[in-house]
Design a protein around this ligand. Structure first.
Ligand code: ZN
Ligand code: MN
Length: 131
């Protein structure tokens, strides 16, 4: 079991472990449907509800991040370190941007918020879609 899942405090059934190992190191930002399709090959009896509920539990624990960058479906990101994203406007491919931008907001724009983070979305056309 990957180290980062050890302290999750959710019951780790073989099915849930299959979901976790599919997510571990996955850079494609899969949707619940993508994850369901992938783990079903190994566990044909796995239900979509199991996949979805596991994702929700992992999200609650802060272990994965839910992305709303794709208007068609929610996508999930197992990389919970701060990073930004580049999104293909044609095929919705989502690519990580690990770059520490120097960002600050002038006091007068903060409007009493306690700032806890930021996320930048870049839009473009990916290499595959450009052909
Ligand atoms: Zn594309
Ligand atoms: Mn990401």
């Amino acid at each position: 079991m990957p180290e980062k899942y050890r302290n999750l405090h959710i019951k780790l059934t073989p099915q849930r472990l299959a979901i976790l190992s599919y997510l571990n190191g996955n850079r494609t930002h899969p949707s619940a449907e993508d994850i369901y399709k992938a783990v079903q090959k190994q566990y044909p009896t796995m239900s979509f509800a199991t996949v979805y509920n596991t994702l929700e539990a992992l999200k609650e624990k802060g272990n994965i991040r839910e992305l709303k960058l794709d208007s068609a479906k929610k996508r999930y990101d197992p990389d919970n370190t701060p990073h930004h994203h580049l999104i293909c406007v044609k095929c919705n491919e989502i690519v990580d941007i690990h770059w520490a931008f120097e960002l600050s907001l002038p006091d007068k724009t903060v409007q009493g918020f306690e700032l806890i983070g930021n996320h930048i979305e870049f839009y473009g056309i990916c290499r595959k879609c450009k052909k």
